[in-house]
Design a binder for this molecule. Structure first.
Ligand code: FES
Ligand SMILES: [Fe+2]
Length: 398
C-alpha cells in the first residue's frame, strides 16, 4: 500500500508531472513506417500531448503539435510537402523543427515580412529504426536511441503488434516485475478459458519455488526457479530483463520480443510488441508486418486464451489507474516494490537534471547493438506446451 501522492508520482505522465518528466528522457515508439506508408499524416497522442506525426515528400519524419497556430485547425488533415507539413486551411508550412517556413498569402502581399520567423509550433525529433518510429520529448541533447539486439540483429523475421489499452502504463510494467502471476493468470485462467471454449488445456501450472531480481545497467533482470528445475537452469541463472522504465524483453534467443508500453495519457497505454523469429537457414526473409490488434471481442470482453491477452486482462482490470492506496502487497510482490523504488529514485534524478538509469550517451556503447541476456529456452517446464513452438500470439509477458 502506498499513499495517493506516491501513486500519482508513479503514474501520472503529463509534461509537468515527475513521472512524465522521467519518461520523456527515453526514446519512445510513436508509430510505424508501414502505417505512414498507408497515410503519411497521423494524429497521435503521447504522454498526454496531442501531436501530428508525418513523413515529408522527401522521406523525413516529423512530430509536431496537433494544431496549426494560425487559426488552430488540426494538422491531422494537413498534407506532406517537400519541406515538412502544410496546414490544410491557409497553407502555412512547418518544417520538422516546427518552424513556419511559408505563409502563402502573407509572403505574396509582403515578401519582406519576417512574421513567419516568429511563428513556430512544438516539435520533437523522430528516428526510424527497424520499422518503428521513435521520438524523444525530454531535455536536449537527446541521448542515443538504444539499438537493442532484438531490434537490429540480422537473420530474424519481424511482426509488430500494436494494442491500445484503457489503463495506466504502470499496470503493464508492474506485471513485468511479477513472475509468479504465470501460475494463475496464464496457466489456470488460460486453461479455464480454453475449457469454456471446449478446447484442451495448453499449460501446466508449475509452482514457483523462488523468485529474485537483480539491478543491472539497463533495468532489472528477473529470475525464477520452478519446481522440477535445477538451480543451473536459465530461468534461475539468467532470467530476462525489464528494460527501465517501460520495456519488457522476453522470448528466448530464437524469438526475442520487445514490448514497449508507451503512455498515451494517464489512463491509456499503447503497446508496441516487436516480435521476432530466427529465420531458418536458407529461408527467404519475410517482410515486416504491422498488426493493429483488437483487444475486446464483440461483447466487450478480452478473450483470455493466449498469453498476451491474459496479461492484458490483468493490466486493464486493475482499473484506469490502479488504486495502490488499497493494495495489500505480499511475498510475491518483491519485484514490484523494487521497481517502484527504482522509479522514484530515477524521478528524483530527473528532477535534479541528471541522466537516469539506462541512458545511452556513448555512441560506441550502442554499436552495432546492445546485447541482452535472456534464457536460452524460456520456462522449460512449459516448453512442450507452447514456448518451443514460436507463435506470434502466444509469447507474451511471462
Ligand atoms: S489555420 Fe493553419 S494556415 Fe490557417
Ligand atoms: Fe504474463
Amino acid at each position: 500500500m502506498i499513499s495517493q501522492e506516491q501513486n500519482d508520482r508513479l503514474t501520472l505522465v503529463g509534461p509537468d508531472k515527475p513521472m512524465g518528466k522521467l519518461l520523456r528522457r527515453y526514446w519512445q515508439p510513436v508509430g510505424t513506417a508501414a502505417d505512414l506508408d498507408k497515410n503519411p499524416v497521423q494524429k497521435v497522442r503521447l504522454l498526454g500531448e496531442d501531436l501530428t506525426l508525418y513523413r515529408s515528400n522527401k522521406g523525413e519524419y516529423g512530430l509536431v503539435a496537433e494544431r496549426c497556430p494560425h487559426r488552430m485547425v488540426s494538422l491531422e488533415y494537413g498534407f506532406p510537402d517537400d519541406r515538412g507539413i502544410r496546414c490544410p486551411y491557409h497553407g502555412w508550412l512547418f518544417d520538422k523543427g516546427g518552424r513556419c517556413v511559408e505563409m502563402p498569402y502573407d509572403d505574396r502581399i509582403n515578401p519582406q515580412s519576417t512574421y513567419k520567423e516568429r511563428v513556430s509550433i512544438k516539435a520533437y525529433p523522430v528516428q526510424e529504426l527497424s520499422g518503428l518510429l521513435f521520438t524523444y520529448m525530454g531535455p536536449l541533447p537527446a541521448p542515443e536511441l538504444p539499438r537493442w539486439d532484438a531490434l537490429v540483429q540480422p537473420g530474424f523475421d519481424v511482426v509488430i503488434q500494436i494494442h491500445k489499452l484503457p489503463c495506466n502504463w504502470l499496470q503493464c510494467m508492474d506485471n513485468a516485475a511479477d513472475p509468479m502471476h504465470f501460475e494463475y493468470l496464464h496457466a489456470e485462467l488460460g486453461n479455464y478459458t480454453l475449457a469454456r471454449q471446449g478446447k484442451p488445456p495448453k499449460m501446466v501450472r508449475t509452482p514457483h519455488l523462488k523468485i529474485d531480481f537483480d539491478r543491472f545497467e539497463f533495468g532489472i533482470m528477473k529470475r525464477r526457479l520452478l519446481e522440477g528445475e535445477s538451480e543451473d537452469c536459465d530461468d534461475w541463472r539468467v532470467g530476462h530483463p525489464l528494460l527501465f522504465p517501460n520495456i519488457l524483453a522476453v522470448g528466448g534467443k530464437d524469438a526475442p520480443t520487445l514490448q514497449y508500453r508507451v503512455p498515451i495519457d494517464d489512463t491509456n497505454t499503447i503497446q508496441f510488441a516487436f516480435r521476432t523469429k530466427r529465420r531458418k537457414p536458407g529461408a527467404a526473409p519475410i517482410p515486416t508486418t504491422v498488426d493493429h490488434a483488437e483487444l475486446f471481442d464483440k461483447n466487450g470482453r478480452i478473450v483470455a486464451d493466449d498469453v498476451p491477452a491474459q496479461d492484458m486482462v490483468a493490466w486493464v482490470m486493475q482499473g484506469p489507474i490502479s488504486d495502490r492506496t488499497q493494495e495489500h502487497l505480499s511475498a510475491s510482490d518483491q519485484g514490484v516494490i523494487m521497481f517502484h523504488k527504482m522509479l522514484l529514485e530515477e524521478v528524483a534524478k530527473a528532477e535534479r537534471g541528471e541522466d537516469t538509469l539506462g541512458t545511452v550517451r556513448d555512441p560506441a556503447r550502442n554499436q552495432p547493438m546492445i546485447s541482452l541476456h535472456r534464457e536460452g529456452a524460456a520456462l522449460r517446464p512449459f516448453e512442450n506446451q507452447y514456448v518451443s513452438v514460436f507463435d506470434q500470439k502466444t509469447v507474451g509477458a511471462l
